[in-house]
Each structure stands twice: as C-alpha cells, then as structure tokens.
Design a protein around this ligand. Structure first.
Ligand code: SF4
Length: 258
C-alpha cells in the first residue's frame, strides 16, 4: 500500500512527466506544446501535470494532463487531457441569456417576448396571499380576473414598480441628465407635465411638450429642460427687432427677361 501525504502529490504520478508528455504528443502533436510547467495534487492518487501551449492563437493557455493509478500499481493511466485558459488567455465573454442581453429598442415589429409566470415584476391583479400559486391556481386567477372584468390578469408588483422607478430616475429623464442640470426650472412647475396616477405619481410624470427632447417620455418632477412652459428670455437674450421694410417709390425696378 502507498503511504499517502495529504498535501503533496503522489510521488509515482508526479514523476510520470514523460507519460503525460506522451499523451500530449498523441493528442496535440509536438509543435503544440512546450515545457512542463507544474504538477499538483488533485486527490490521493490523482495528479495533474501542466505544459505550456505553443499552438498559434492560444496565448496564455496551457495543457493539463491528469493522471491516476491504482493504489496497488505503479502504472499511471490517463484520466483527462485538456487545453485550459490561464489568467492572461483571450477567451469569449461569459454567455448571458438573451433575456438579460435585451435592451430597450431591440424588439422589432412582430417579435414576441413572453413574460414568465414567476416574473417578480408582476403579481396577479388580486392576490392570494404569500403562498406560491400552482399552475391550477394561476389558471383560476386568470379566469376570475377575466370573469370580473378586471381587464389585466397581472399588474406591477412592488418590486416591478421599484425597478422601473430606479431605471427612470437614473435615465435621461432624471435629475442627473445634463439637460436637467442646466434647466431654468423643474418639470414640477412646468405646464407641459402630465401627472401620473398611482404610486409613481409623486416622482414622475410625462412630458407633453412637442418641442422638448423628452416629449412623450417619463420624466422626474425634478428633471427639467429649457423648453419649460414658464421660461422667459432676458432682455439681452431676446432677438434684435428687425426694422420695417422700406418701400422704394421713387425709382423703377429693373426686370431682366429671359
Ligand atoms: S418641457 Fe421640459 S420642463 Fe416641461 S415637462 Fe417637458 S421636460 Fe419637463
């Protein structure tokens, strides 16, 4: 039986560098790998050898050959041989589900974007308490909402409301937008602000000034722009009056006929 040390790699497997090299020679070819880099313990009788990767285009990658053996045998067998990226390797960015990648404006006419039943932004139009609803209960909710004529099966949840508020507040219609920073007054006092109803009404409204950048968009009451309904130009900012036309009644105009 082998006397095992819990911190160091198995001595027989650690010495089997040439066995690991032979694996790579078979797998990748002599031109694709270089020097032996390191050996480390994976488990009692499992050891990994790493080799430099010289394959073009794989800067920062390394080969990893994992060997194992039976406790009663000194013969190493191959567990795994793979090419792995190191800290400096150029790798593809982590995959992000399409729903998290979608941005406003990505939907084209005809595209469908279903909302999951468990979407935290929505709750049934009337609540069944905190118990999670099974599929049958959800079907009942939909049916009752339809029968009662509530119109919408689901409405914005508190989380959904908060998420929208945070997004809008931090966006182009919020108080930090450059146009708001230099505005003469806030939307709160602007005649073009259409008030919202509901929990967001204290903070948000919709701009209804067709000449403003934010026309038709949600703005915070502390947003603002230069198209504010009460904005007045200072005397020096007013256009210079153009004198009346002078009509020449003494000389004839010359006309050129073609
Ligand atoms: S015109 Fe300007 S100040 Fe008035 S509501 Fe629209 S964004 Fe606000």
């Amino acid at each position: 039986m082998t006397d095992l040390d819990e911190t160091s790699p198995d001595a027989i497997l650690a010495a089997a560098v040439e066995d690991a090299r032979a694996v790579l020679l078979d797998l990748a070819g002599a031109s694709d790998f270089g020097d032996h880099l390191a050996v480390y313990r994976e488990d009692d009788l499992v050891v990994t050898h790493t080799f430099a990767c010289t394959r073009p285009g794989y800067l920062g990658w390394h080969w990893s050959v994992t060997l194992t053996r039976d406790a009663d045998s000194s013969k190493a067998t191959v567990n795994e041989a793979v090419l792995l990226p190191g800290a400096e390797a150029i790798v593809a960015p982590s995959w992000v589900p399409y729903k998290e990648r979608l941005q406003p404006g990505d939907l084209s006419p005809g595209d469908l974007l279903p909302v999951e039943d468990e979407d935290v932004r929505l709750v049934p139009t009337y609540s069944f308490g905190d118990d999670p609803l099974d599929a049958d209960a959800k079907a009942q909710v939909r049916q009752v909402a339809k029968d009662l004529g509530l119109g919408r099966v689901r409405t914005l949840s508190v989380e959904g409301t908060d998420m929208a508020a945070e997004r809008w507040y931090a966006g182009d219609g919020g108080p930090e937008a450059p146009i708001a920073k230099s505005a003469p007054d806030s939307c709160y006092t602007c005649g073009f602000l259409v008030r919202l109803a509901g929990p967001l009404s204290d903070t948000f409204g919709v701009c209804a000034n067709g000449n403003a950048n934010d026309d038709g968009k949600v703005v915070t009451v502390n947003h603002g722009c230069g198209a504010h309904s009460e904005v007045k130009l200072a005397r020096k900012q007013q256009p210079i009056p153009v004198p009346d036309h002078v009509f020449d009644t003494l000389t004839d105009d010359e006309f050129v006929s073609l």
